[in-house]
Design a protein around this ligand. Structure first.
Ligand SMILES: Cc1ncc(COP(=O)(O)O)c(C=O)c1O
Length: 442
């Protein structure tokens, strides 16, 4: 059984067994986004043990394993389903399990419009479905709008919307044509060098006041994609007016609004879907990551009038496979039984306060931001210029790993905190103690 160690460890990473695994993977696996040389043996709740016996407190995987690593109910549901059926071609045949998961997903999404659900395997695929469904239903509308800093996935359609880091885009041209990106509501480093609220939310209004007059014919736009809180882009929470104004513009020009909840959704923000913070509804909602607690399952929940309506226009093979459905159903059950959304709001407020305390001690922490248990701290060269300090951030991260705390970067110079929503207060205290030490050492 894994236990949190009360003392802060100082691991050599990778250990000898870990080094061997790193060598074998590096020899064969394509280059991805590896952050630390940790080779996992087991993971339960928020604790992870590597192949050398080092134990880590994992503050990264709540993004996906929001119920905690290998939650017993989810693991049991998967094992039981494996005995019943693993695969029927869900796009071709029917099952009560698929019906139930679709009903529950449709109920999750705010709004009164009737919904349809497309079950799929990844966030990118959920967004691809939105690109295709909105085009299918408005064949004269071909343009797409997204925001700088956004991450919507890495398949060619979704990647054309992604604009978070140059490495995600370089050399992949030509992208899908006629995708327009606008600067996002990044108030901490406003791209327009304005200040909230005296800016009057220019970053939202500029779409109609400038772009729709000089660059983008609004009646050619098939969808606007927005993350309710930008994830990879740096855990950037736009002011609610931003989302409300963009939503209103979309409405007035008959443009479907796509809410990408792949990262911010499923309770992390302290609401089941992060768009609930902004008080608007969407036409398409992309859900992924935490929906299956680690099993590949995602969904596009769209207004019923955006359904394809023609057999074969859009489908897939593994969407709605038995394991994915069982994992999604059990995950939704655990969310309800353990009141995880409320927990994220409560414990998120606690973690936020603890991060603000740290900020008082360390001038290098320029910003503390986020909602619920989806928080970030941003490291700066100095607080006045707010110039990002990614080198310092990377040293802090390296120290945290060495001292047994797993965290991930985001944005230019931020570290994100996405512990599982079952995190305990003493685990948050332990994480803060490690972070404090790692910042001092950096
Ligand atoms: C907001 C958002 N959309 C889409 C995706 C893509 O999801 P996937 O990696 O499952 O394709 C991600 C992944 O990080 C994401 O954060």
């Amino acid at each position: 059984m894994l236990e949190t160690r009360s003392q802060i460890p100082d691991y050599e990473l990778p250990g000898p067994a870990g080094a061997e695994v790193v060598k074998r993977e590096t020899a064969l696996m394509t280059t991805g986004t590896k952050t630390a040389p940790i080779a996992v043996k087991t993971a339960k709740g928020l604790l992870l043990e590597d192949v050398d016996g080092n134990v880590f407190l994992d503050f990264t995987s709540g993004m996906v394993a929001a119920v905690g690593h290998s939650h017993p109910k989810v693991a049991q549901a998967i094992a039981d389903q494996a005995q019943r059926w693993l695969f029927i071609n869900s796009p071709d045949f029917y099952s009560p399990l698929a019906a139930e998961v679709a009903e529950r997903l449709a109920r999750l999404v705010p709004g009164t419009a009737g919904k349809k659900v497309f079950l799929c395997n990844s966030g990118a695929e959920a967004n691809e479905a939105a690109i295709k469904a909105t085009r299918w239903n408005n064949p004269t509308r071909k343009r797409l709008i997204a925001y700088i800093g956004a991450f919507h996935g890495r398949t060619m359609g979704a990647n054309s919307l992604t604009a978070s880091k140059i490495a995600q885009r370089a050399r992949f041209t030509p992208n899908m044509p006629d995708v327009h990106h606008l600067p996002f509501a990044t108030c901490y480093r406003c791209p327009y060098k304005m200040s909230y609220p005296s800016c009057d939310i220019w970053c939202a209004r500029i779409l109609e006041e400038l772009y729709f007059k000089q660059l983008i014919p609004p009646d050619e736009v098939s969808a606007i994609f927005v993350e309710p809180i930008q994830g990879e882009g740096g855990y950037i929470v736009p002011p609610p007016e931003f989302v409300q104004i963009v939503r209103d513009i979309a409405n007035r020009y008959g443009i479907p609004y796509v809410d990408d909840e792949v990262q911010a959704g499923m309770g992390k923000s302290g609401k089941m879907l992060a768009i609930e913070h902004h008080g608007v509804t969407a036409n398409c909602t992309s859900i992924g990551k935490a929906l299956g607690s680690g099993v590949a399952v995602a969904a596009q929940v769209l207004d019923a009038n955006l359904d394809f309506g023609v057999q074969g226009a859009h489908s897939n093979t593994f969407g709605g496979n038995g394991i994915a459905l069982a994992a999604a159903k059990a995950t939704l059950d655990v969310f309800e039984e353990e009141h995880l959304v409320e927990r994220a709001a409560d414990l998120g407020a606690y973690l936020f306060d603890r991060l603000l305390e740290l900020q008082k001690s360390f001038p290098a922490i320029g910003d503390v931001r986020g909602k619920g248990l989806m928080l970030a701290i941003d490291f700066v060269l100095d607080r006045k210029s707010r110039t990002p300090d990614p080198a310092f951030r990377d040293r802090v991260l390296e120290g945290c790993f060495r001292h047994g705390l797993m965290l991930l970067p985001c944005g230019f110079s931020a570290i994100r905190f996405t512990p599982a929503l079952v995190v305990e207060r003493d685990q948050i205290d332990h994480a803060i103690a490690v972070l404090d030490k790692a910042i001092r050492e950096a």
